[in-house]
Design a protein around this ligand. Structure first.
Ligand code: ATP
Length: 424
């Protein structure tokens, strides 16, 4: 829902009835838009997705059942109540089979109309809650999150590949799952392919992809052969019966300029791009995210419930969150696990953020000889590679040459060490 008041679209070819319904619903504080025929209804639907559609069954240009099918195809979460003066049981059954949530018979009475509308909106709210549980619907009331959710609802059923761009931990997986849950292959699997696991075999990819959702993360790290294969499959339209979502935290255009990424592949996958903002750019969502994570950790992971004081929440809003939502999730988990009071206050937050910062800063220090070899090696690699990237002004290709390693190997290394080339 994009506003706090539910938006109801009334589709009826009789002007008196349309206006009457509009007046009654507006008196009850609903937002109402009206359409006289199928075409107007389609335009209104595309302009702003309604929370509920009241749809007349008999209309001159297109019948309500066809329109119902079209709307449901475009967005299966939309709630639709059919209205008809000549309602028969068969039509009602047919409409509910096709996804209508209810059926109101004309002549309408105010009570009948309002009861139908309330029930449909309640059902929709329940459905959204269930869906949220199942598919991790991205939460957040900020304008960015609302817009992204609206865009996802609009594009999920398109067949074009979708590109998600955002920093590590910003929510790319979360939006990919949401796209899958609303997409044409929601009943199929969500298969994640990483550059390491990307099969260099077109039959294998096609069989994985068939009627499923393929999520490739991080696209910039695909090696040359994998890039060429993916480009070939897309150009020859061999990945048609699947939903393809690619994700990256690196600037792909920059990778193209550096000859690290195939330009043709970028054009194949970037026509629908969603930018997932860094958490510091939508901090107003922190209270809701905190609530969401506390809920998840207490119900699913069995951690004890603790209340975050308002001061604690404000302190969380003042942090920079370089690790984005993932970092917030980790901080909350740590607080629920380690705190010994029922209330989480500013002091607890300071402590948790301090431990996070210490962990993150460890890599910037001189080599620590107390560390096990593996961690000391990682620490050295981080310092060494940051130095090379600084020398080459963030150019991964050049840094790879200096370091005497393959570019894609370097990309992978940077990712595993959590180094963001944009920050160089
Ligand atoms: N808007 C959101 N609402 C609820 N949960 C979120 C939201 N954004 C992210 N999360 C959760 O935060 C965690 C980190 O997000 P996610 O894994 O989606 O980030 P990512 O961008 O895919 O990270 P990476 O770059 O490491 O692949 C996940 O558990 C995800 O479900």
């Amino acid at each position: 829902m994009s506003t706090d008041k539910p938006l109801i679209l009334v589709v009826d070819d009789e002007p008196d009835i349309r206006e009457l319904i509009k007046d009654i619903l507006e008196d009850e504080n609903y937002l109402v838009s009206v359409a006289a025929d199928g075409q107007e209804a389609q335009t209104a639907f595309n302009k702003q997705l309604p929370d509920l559609i009241l749809l007349d069954i008999w209309m001159p240009d297109i019948d309500g059942i066809t329109l119902l099918k079209e709307f449901k195809q475009q967005n299966k979460a939309v709630s639709i109540v059919m209205m008809s003066g000549h309602g028969t049981i068969e039509t009602a059954v047919e409409a509910t089979r096709l996804g209508a949530s209810d059926f109101i018979e004309k002549p309408l009475s105010t009570a009948k109309l309002l009861r139908g509308v309330e029930m449909a909106l309640e059902n929709r709210a329940k459905q959204v809650a269930i869906q949220r549980e199942l598919s991790q619907v991205p939460v957040g009331k900020s304008s960015q999150m609302k817009l992204l959710r609206d865009q996802v609802e609009r594009i999920a059923r398109h067949d074009m590949p979708i590109l998600l761009v955002g920093e590590g931990g910003a929510g790319k997986h979360c939006f990919a799952h949401y796209l899958h849950s609303l997409g044409n292959y929601a009943d199929g699997k969500f298969i994640e392919l990483s550059p390491e696991s990307f099969p260099l075999d077109s039959h294998k990819i096609k069989s994985l992809a068939a009627n499923n959702c393929i999520y490739i993360n991080d696209l910039a790290l695909l090696n040359d052969d994998a890039q060429a294969l993916l480009l070939h499959l897309l150009e020859s339209k061999q990945l048609d019966s699947c939903q393809l979502i690619c994700a990256t935290q690196f600037a792909l255009q920059k990778a193209v300029d550096n000859n690290d990424f195939l330009e043709g592949l970028l054009y194949q996958i970037n026509s629908i791009t969603l930018a997932i903002p860094a958490l510091k750019d939508h901090i107003e969502d922190i209270p809701e995210l905190v609530h969401n994570f506390v809920d998840l950790q207490t119900t699913q992971a069995g951690l004890p419930y603790r209340r975050f004081t308002v001061a604690a929440q404000n302190r969380l809003r003042n942090h920079d969150w370089p690790g984005n939502v993932l970092e917030l999730k980790n901080v909350i988990q740590r607080l629920l696990l380690l705190s010994d009071s029922d209330d989480i206050d500013v002091v607890d937050i300071e402590q948790a953020l301090h431990s996070e910062a210490e962990a993150a800063a460890e890599g910037d220090d001189a080599i620590n000889f107390d560390l096990p070899l593996r961690e000391a090696r990682e620490q050295f690699e981080r310092i060494y590679l940051l130095q090379k990237l600084q020398e080459t002004d963030g150019n991964v290709g050049k840094a790879a040459k200096l370091a005497g390693m393959e570019r894609t190997h370097l990309y992978r290394k940077l990712r595993s060490l959590g180094i963001d080339t944009k920050q160089i």
